[in-house]
Design a protein around this ligand. Structure first.
Ligand code: SF4
Length: 553
């Protein structure tokens, strides 16, 4: 390592420490305000509902070794929250971003519109030139089809899509009415797959399955795994440091910024599930030596199944935030345990950090001390705390829409999670070792060492990263958000479209973190600079003090 590199690493250490201090800091909101807000939230509900909701709201206390929170249970009818349906989780989140595949929604046009382009997933066509992410394919079921069945319409839609676009594969997604009338989408897809000679995968992801979009993620993982993952048996082994990037959805180009840095380190991405993902690459994903899991909630099933079948270990990474990115790169270096790669990674971190820091410092001066609420996804409300901390901004309240307890408390909570009827509804695939292709890329000693160090398959969840007195709210409702905004007056809220305009009418800037509004990329080193600029513009504009919500007049 050169002297220059060493100096840059010192700088990086200072930045990392500053960021860690922000995360671990006590909430700047006094505990009486916090306790009163929680009490008022709960007491506004009927007693039974209040009792249930109280289990989803936790004041963080790092002195309690195993703090727990209720999650992934049905929303009480009558309460409006941010959740989506299983169809949105399956087609809208996990399957839809595979860009060279035609995704047909079997259902009324409204469901298709609901899942069309809302996440701004980006895709670059491969050599075959196919790119369908901007299209919206639907069977557009009407009353006649609901009465007499829509299977013929589905057959026609598949045929038409094939004739017009010749995609390498087609997926079919059923929505609520299709589940109710019982159209056999699996049968039609099988029949058309045989007729056309391409892979056609049907997902029974009717919106009402499960308690949120989380059920759809699981259904999508199962469908991908059974039909595509590792199905290219001709594909030849790839030398070097090879990975699959999983649970990263290339919103606003995030995946490309991550890939730029990985490539600079000499790490090759074999497949991406599913942002900027392609069908052919998914079929070759069994060739990678390591799976990198970004969004734990939406893809952990796949990572586990690939490990059992092919022996590919997985690690949890976070590429949002400069310090988080550096930490994740070092985790990859630890797994491959090759001094040459480690040195290259250290050089890249030092270079990228120096380039980024010069730009971030200006924004940090303007943003330090500002407070943030984060209500998004099943990992983003955790990942983005790192990036805000890099900017000196403290997350005081955070929660997920569709997470499970392990996303809050870490995977150690898994044995204690009760499987309820809603979760049992989703198929649990029993995977076995592939007799020919099970091939762990690391020695038993290396794997044992990584197990001891908790490098593999480990995720500690959001809770340990939140400072004393901060608040965790699972599946937040509009009523709860109103109370917390009024009492805590945050400088920014990271959330989604369902509450963006309510928040902004209350005079608080809202940054959409599902689709980034029109910005991005926000991942990685350069993404952090884009984000800082965007947040600075939102937080430091004087317009907010002129906004008054019409319902408060
Ligand atoms: S809940 Fe059902 S009807 Fe509504 S968007 Fe989801 S699949 Fe369509």
């Amino acid at each position: 390592m050169t002297d220059t590199t060493r100096t840059q690493t010192d700088l990086e250490r200072q930045i990392a420490q500053a960021s860690q201090d922000v995360k671990e800091a006590r909430s700047p909101i006094d505990s009486t305000t916090t306790q009163t807000a929680v009490k008022d939230i709960v007491e506004a509900y009927p007693a039974k509902v209040g009792k249930k909701r109280a289990k989803h709201i936790v004041v963080r206390d790092p002195n309690i070794p195993e703090q727990t929170i209720e999650a992934n249970v049905r929303t009480t009818p009558g309460i409006i929250t941010q959740r989506g349906c299983a169809f949105a989780g399956c087609k809208g989140v996990v399957v839809g971003p595979i860009g060279d595949v035609v995704h047909i929604v079997h259902g009324p046009v409204g469901c298709s519109y609901y899942s069309w382009l809302i996440r701004r997933n980006q895709f670059r066509a491969r050599a075959n030139g196919r790119n369908f992410v901007n299209y919206c394919f639907t069977t557009d079921l009407t009353e006649h089809d609901i009465v007499f069945g829509g299977m013929n319409k589905l057959r026609q839609a598949i045929q038409e899509a094939y004739d017009l676009f010749q995609p390498p594969a087609i997926t079919v997604h059923s929505t609520c009415p299709v589940g109710l009338i019982g159209d056999d989408i699996q049968g039609v897809s099988r029949e058309m797959s045989e007729k056309l000679g391409i892979s056609i995968v049907a997902f029974n992801c009717e919106g009402y399955k499960g308690v949120s979009q989380s059920a759809g993620h699981h259904i999508a993982n199962n469908g991908f795994f059974k039909n595509w993952i590792g199905t290219n048996e001709e594909a030849e082994e790839v030398e070097g440091y090879t990975v699959n990037l999983m649970g990263e959805y290339n919103i606003g180009g995030d995946t490309w910024e991550i890939e730029r840095v990985l490539e600079k380190c000499g790490i090759q991405v074999i497949s991406k599930l599913s942002g900027d993902g392609s069908y052919d690459e998914a079929t070759e994903s069994h060739l990678a030596k390591l799976n990198l899991v970004m969004c734990h909630r939406s893809i952990n099933y796949m990572a586990d199944m690939m490990e059992t079948k092919f022996g590919i270990p997985w690690i949890k990474v976070n590429f949002i935030g400069v310090n988080a990115f550096a930490k994740s790169l070092r985790k990859i270096a630890e797994v491959f345990d090759d001094p040459e790669l480690t040195e290259r990674i250290e050089t890249v971190i030092a270079e990228e950090m120096a380039e980024t820091e010069a730009q971030l410092a200006t924004y940090r001066e303007r943003l330090t001390g500002k407070t943030v609420f984060l209500f998004v996804g099943g990992s983003r409300a955790h990942h983005y705390q790192e990036l805000f901390a890099d900017l000196g901004m403290k997350t005081v309240v955070a929660g997920y829409e569709f997470a499970h307890r392990d996303d809050y408390e870490g995977r150690d909570a898994l044995p204690n999670i009760k499987i309820d009827a809603d979760s049992r509804n989703i198929e649990e695939i029993h995977v076995k070792q592939d007799p020919e292709r099970y091939n762990p890329p690391f020695s038993e000693e290396a794997l044992a060492k990584m197990e001891t160090n908790n490098t593999l398959k480990d995720y500690k969840g959001m809770m340990p990263d939140m400072g004393e007195g901060t608040l965790l709210v699972d599946n937040i409702s509009h009523h709860e958000l109103d109370v917390l905004i009024e009492r805590f007056k945050p400088d920014l809220i990271g959330s989604g479209i369902k509450d963006k305009y309510v928040i902004e009418k209350l005079g608080i800037p809202c940054k959409q973190l599902h689709n980034y509004d029109y910005g991005g990329p926000f991942a990685g080193f350069r993404g952090a600079v884009n984000f800082a600029k965007d947040v600075d513009l939102r937080v430091n504009t004087p317009v907010w003090k002129y906004v008054k919500a019409p319902w408060l007049n």
